[in-house]
Design a protein around this ligand. Structure first.
Ligand code: MLT
Length: 313
């Protein structure tokens, strides 16, 4: 059986493929879409991250393909209905980078609250600013979580440890299980009205696209801060710009964008906006975890026709 690794994968995963009898692995991470289409017919499994686009066209050339494995959570780059139609299993690794992403969220909350990016930039510019960079404590502040799945619940645990009050909205979780996590279950409108910080932890779906728009952003508490380390497009970037520019919101932090990389979008001109280049899952630990998970799952699927975290069977 032949496996193609078409996006960078930590060595931990490559070694699992190499050490499995009966498996041959090729690592080709710089292919153009048409180069990939030319060779995909030779492979039984494809290991990807977010760069490779698994389109209908690619799948139509993938005559031997049985499984696509995503090292990570998001499957925005895979045409899942087309894969299902082609009889190709699609799997992700939903747990390996959850801690890392939760930690990034906390880092964003801290960086916004204490002006760390601006302090760094002004000092590197030879200045010693104090008055303009006065921060705020997060102690006893209310964090509103939109989405309380794997990552949202880990953010809650950490925020509670920092003595924040945590409220949460998740229509897919029973209020009782939300309460057991130390989170007060509330409606979406209550999250907007009560939170000093809102952090988003939902997938991008028709329901969540533009969930944070002109109307909802201006319903947030004056001075509140918004953090999105989930998916680009859940927050409308132009509307966030307007809410920050009007100083209705105290700060905004995005790790994810509608288009990645986003280029020079209007948000970049604002002092109360900070950003990272989709680094939520980028730690050595998380990349080893997701590589190990995806490699084990692909091998298991090729050997037995079954594996965890298949999203289309
Ligand atoms: C994920 O979906 O796993 C994260 O957003 C990180 C990534 O895209 O690799």
């Amino acid at each position: 059986m032949k496996i193609l690794v078409s996006d960078p994968l930590s060595n931990v995963g490559i070694e699992i493929f190499k050490n499995t009898p009966g498996i041959e692995v090729d690592v080709k991470t710089d292919l153009t879409p048409s180069e990939l289409e030319d060779i995909i017919g030779d492979y039984h499994a494809l290991s990807i991250r977010s760069k490779t686009k698994v389109t209908k066209e690619l799948l139509s050339k993938a005559k031997n393909l049985k499984v696509v494995g995503r090292a990570g959570i998001g499957l925005d780059n895979v045409d899942i209905p087309a894969a299902t139609k082609a009889g190709v299993a699609v799997m992700n690794t939903p747990f390996g980078n959850a801690i890392t992403t939760a930690e990034h969220t906390i880092a964003m909350i801290m960086a916004l609250s204490r002006n760390i990016p601006r302090a760094t930039a002004t000092m590197k510019d030879g200045k010693w600013e104090k008055k303009n960079l006065k921060g705020r404590e997060i102690y006893q502040k209310t964090l509103g979580l939109v989405g309380i799945g794997n990552i949202g619940s880990l953010v809650a645990e950490r925020a509670l440890g920092l003595k924040m009050k945590v409220i949460g909205f998740d229509p897919y979780q029973p209020p009782e299980s939300i309460k057991k996590m130390g989170i007060r279950p509330v409606s979406f409108d209550e999250i907007l009205a009560e939170s000093d910080y809102i952090s988003i932890h939902t997938p991008k779906t028709a329901e969540t696209t533009n969930l944070f728009n002109k109307e909802t952003l201006f319903k947030m508490k004056k001075g509140a801060m918004l953090i999105n380390c989930a998916r680009g497009g859940i927050v409308n970037e132009d509307d966030l710009h307007d809410a920050l520019k009007a100083n209705h919101l105290g700060g905004g932090a995005l790790d994810v964008f509608v288009t990645e990389p986003p280029g020079k979008i209007c948000l970049m001109d604002l002092d109360n906006f900070i950003c990272t280049s989709h680094l939520g899952a980028s730690t050595y630990e998380a990349q080893d975890n997701v590589a190990r998970d995806v490699a084990n799952q692909i091998v298991e699927y090729l050997k037995t026709g079954k594996a965890p975290n298949i999203v289309n069977q």
